[in-house]
Design a protein around this ligand. Structure first.
Ligand code: MN
Length: 177
């Protein structure tokens, strides 16, 4: 977990937006105390918290995860007790897309809250097998399978008995980012 990268990114994003911690808390739904702790590297945010922050600032998730000195991506962010996320392609403003490689441990369940309106996700299984629950339906995916869904609703990723590695592409449809 690169708290320093996330801390620096959050501080920079907040400064560039010219907002106080209180205002940032209002914008993101993450408490002022938690935002301060993340900026001071006193707390390791969950991926759910990072999604809230990125949405509140109308930024892609990779704006928080990406190390500025390594703009091509490649680094892995480990969320303790949760998923492992590697940036394959950081957010591209022209394409409106970012691509992550996510590792699920055997039988690991990861619940994702609804992302912003219009966000489409692709899941492409590189190895292992997994399931995606969305729309009240469980979709079983083997290595090589692709699945595309509207991610502005809660969804669940579940690793198979051998776990899974998958590419996760976020298509942002919002204008202006
Ligand atoms: Mn998601």
């Amino acid at each position: 977990m690169k708290e320093d990268t996330i801390a620096q990114n959050l501080r920079r994003i907040r400064n560039e937006a010219g907002v106080s911690l209180s205002k940032a808390a209002e914008m993101t739904g993450v408490s002022k105390a938690m935002l301060g702790q993340i900026e001071r590297q006193e707390s390791s945010p969950t991926i759910a918290t990072l999604w809230k922050i990125s949405q509140g600032f109308h930024l892609p998730l990779s704006a928080l995860l990406l190390e500025r000195s390594c703009p091509l991506g490649g680094e892995t962010v480990r969320f303790p007790g949760s998923i492992e996320v590697r940036i394959v392609f950081p957010f591209d403003a022209n394409l409106g897309e970012e691509t992550f490689e996510i590792t699920l441990k055997p039988d690991q369940v990861h619940q994702s809250e609804a992302h912003e309106a219009g966000l489409i996700e692709d899941v492409i299984v590189v190895s292992g097998s997994m399931e995606v629950d969305v729309d009240g339906t469980r979709h079983a995916l083997e290595a090589g399978a692709g699945f595309r869904f509207a991610a502005d609703q809660p969804h669940v990723y579940r690793g198979g008995s051998q776990g899974a590695v998958f590419l996760n592409i976020h298509h942002y449809v919002r204008a202006g980012i």
